[in-house]
Design a protein around this ligand. Sequence first.
Ligand SMILES: CC[C@@H](C(=O)O)C(=O)SCCNC(=O)CCNC(=O)[C@H](O)C(C)(C)COP(=O)(O)OP(=O)(O)OC[C@H]1O[C@@H](n2cnc3c(N)ncnc32)[C@H](O)[C@@H]1OP(=O)(O)O
Ligand SMILES: [Co+2]
Length: 146
Amino acid sequence: MLPKRFNANIANLNMRKIEHIGIAVSDLEESNALFARLLGKKHFKTEVVDGEKVATSFFQVGETKVELLQATDESSPIAKYLARKSEGVHHIAFDVEDILAEVERLKGEGFEILNETPKLGADNKLVVFLHPRSTNGVLIELCQEI
Ligand SMILES: CC[C@@H](C(=O)O)C(=O)SCCNC(=O)CCNC(=O)[C@H](O)C(C)(C)COP(=O)(O)OP(=O)(O)OC[C@H]1O[C@@H](n2cnc3c(N)ncnc32)[C@H](O)[C@@H]1OP(=O)(O)O
Ligand SMILES: [Co+2]
C-alpha cells in the first residue's frame, strides 16, 4: 500500500486547478457589462448549453475563468437558484485530468455525485456535479477537457 502522502500527490494530479467560478445572474447582457467594468476586459465567449437550460459567458482571469449563467427556461437550475436565493456565486468548477477516475475516488470518499455519467458542459468540457449537501453547502463541478 502507498504511504498517505503519496496518495495525496496522486489526487492533486487529478484536481488540478479551479477551472471556473459560476455566477448566477438574471440578465446576462447587464452582467457582461458589469464584469467587463470590474475586470477591465470583455468576455471572450458566450454559449447556450441546452442540456442545462443556461446561457453563459466567460471571462478569462489568469488561468481560471468567471462563468456568468443566465437561465433560458424556468426549469433551469439557475432559475430555481435565483427564485430561492439571489444573484451570486453558484458553483466552483475544478479541472480534472480523468473525470471518471475522479468520480470513483469521490464516491469512495462518500461525496454525493449528482450525475455519474458526465454531461456536455460549456467550452468543450465534460462535466459532473456534486450535491452541495455533501460539500459544506457549495455546489462543486468537475470539468474534463474533451
Ligand atoms: C454551462 C454548463 C455548465 C458548465 O459547463 O460550466 C454549468 O455550469 S451548468 C450550471 C447549472 N447546472 C447545475 O447547477 C446542475 C447541477 N445542479 C443541480 O442538479 C441542482 O441545481 C441541485 C444542486 C441538485 C439543486 O436542485 P434542487 O434540489 O431541485 O434545488 P432546490 O432549489 O430544491 O434546492 C435543494 C437544496 O440545495 C440547495 N442548493 C441548490 N442549488 C445550490 C447551489 N448552487 N449552491 C448551494 N446550495 C444549493 C438549496 O438551497 C436547497 O438547500 P436547503 O434549503 O438546505 O434544502
Ligand atoms: Co459551470
